[in-house]
Design a protein around this ligand. Sequence first.
Ligand code: F6R
Length: 614
Amino acid sequence: MCGIVGYLGEREAYPVLLKGLKRLEYRGYDSAGMALLNPRGELSIYKTKGKVAGLESFVNGQDMSGSNGIAHTRWATHGEPCTENAHPHASPSGRLALVHNGIIENYATLKNKLQAKGYAFRSSTDTEVLVYLIEYIQQKEHTDLLTAVQLALRVVVGAYAIAVIDREHPDMIVAARKSSPLVVGIGEEEFFLASDATPLVEYTKKMVYLKDEEVAVLQRGKELRIVDLHNIQTTPEIQEVEMDLTQLEKGGFPHFMLKEIFDQPDCISDCMRGRIQPAEMRVFLSAVEEHKERLLQARRYVIIACGTSWHAALIGKQLIEHFCRIPVEVAYASEFRYAEPVIGAEDVVIAISQSGETADTLAAVEQAKRQGAFIYGICNNVGSSIARATHTGSYIHVGPEVGVASTKAFTGQVTVLTLLALTLSREKKTMDDQLFEKIIRELSLIPGKMKQLLTLNESIAALAPIFTYARNFIYLGRGYSYPVALEGALKLKEISYIHAEGYPAAEMKHGPIALIDAEMPVVVIAVRDGLYEKVLSNIQEIKARQGKIIALVTEGDTEVTRLADYCITLPPTLECLEPLIASIPLQLLAYHIAVCKGKNVDQPRNLAKSVTVE
Ligand code: F6R
């Protein structure tokens, strides 16, 4: 959570920082702020509660000159969202300004010590303690900025990505990271800095992803210098990052979420490109090719993830177990890391994360690695912390996901899991050729079927106003459709703030059926699969209690259609690929209900795109 941007060079920093903050706003939008060193040697800080647009109006008409600056968009952890708690934070004398993403876990101890020395704090954040500490060390030890930052970080416990500027050193930014991401962009005679590469790609392709406990010294007229907390220098590893800028814009859609829902046919084609060759009936994943033995010898697989990625994991479990007969467990990363997991060298752990920065998933990966497991990452963000922490993996290649509610990343994750299960089944010889060919052929038709589904947008938009009254929703599915029901419910609750629960349809009668009355909308995934008849009975049970049924049915369906109040008709597909189809109308339903309720779908309250805190 929280986004950091920095600029040092010949241009005016303000427009670069402002644009960068807008790109990073998905990481949090409780407050925004900026610090600039102007040509007169003054350090000015501007900050406001709320979104980046609020900061932009606040500074309108003010002198924003300066070619060295840092900026921040916040997702509050310590201290309520308000202007005092917004970053950048200034040091007591006003000489330093600092932005931070992460949590300083021992901030209370450090704060007490500094208070005992007479310091008075202005905010209730953990970050302010760090900038005070750096200035205290500068004064006490008569050190330069770099040394003071290194010494301060040596006593800090927790996670940080920071950038600091100093009025006394106007040609320098010092930045550092531990467990929170930070990227330096290297331009011609200029440096950029950000929490991810998206604010940097329009200026440079040359990126350096900082590693844990590395400190970057950005100095005008000098090469980038990377040192550790003990001042041991390393050579920066420069990577070339390619990113299509149009993917970062809304492209004519009113919201990123809708754009990303509509992106899915292309994203899934991109995700499969070069990996499936229907003509040769071949699926190829380089990670499987390179680590075949390790993957095939595994005693079992454990998939760890959070949120939407965890729902993809539940589908992955079914795919791998059905196709490969390998036992698979699925764990919430946040539970796994503290559960003393029984895991070892015989196990393969698959970590799924869109952002590649989720703190719990990263910690779970490290835990499993320490215990000897082989780690396979399924990430979207190239070069992200989880992607780098794993032994191997496959990117989902769906492009940057900006809307806070995950959509195309989910279908991308399910696609990669399908490819992984197919590749492994080939190696293990657990699937007959006919079925393998049938699945590959159908998989290659999925982007076209997704396009067909997206033509339902208008009719789903027309359905949405009927349900804005609802305070609760139930989503039901079985087999492969059960995780889709969970995901549909999550989408609705996170952007419309309507309480929604997903259940395996047959579980209804064990309790939740008590909730059904004429007010209760029940979304049932009732596609033509092996469990169709069973779901039909569940629908009868809901109908008997006057529940309002919105059913997802397969083309040609008559039985469910007769019973349901509203139907959304899906093109037929194979049962194992149904999640790729059925999830799209549920994304659209959640989107349109939230829009009808006037909610901010791209930036729902209390949420952030990248959860880099526990
Ligand atoms: C929901 C959503 C979250 C994320 C979760 C994990 O729409 O986006 O539930 O799925 O925070 O994030 P990643 O996949 O980045 O690890």
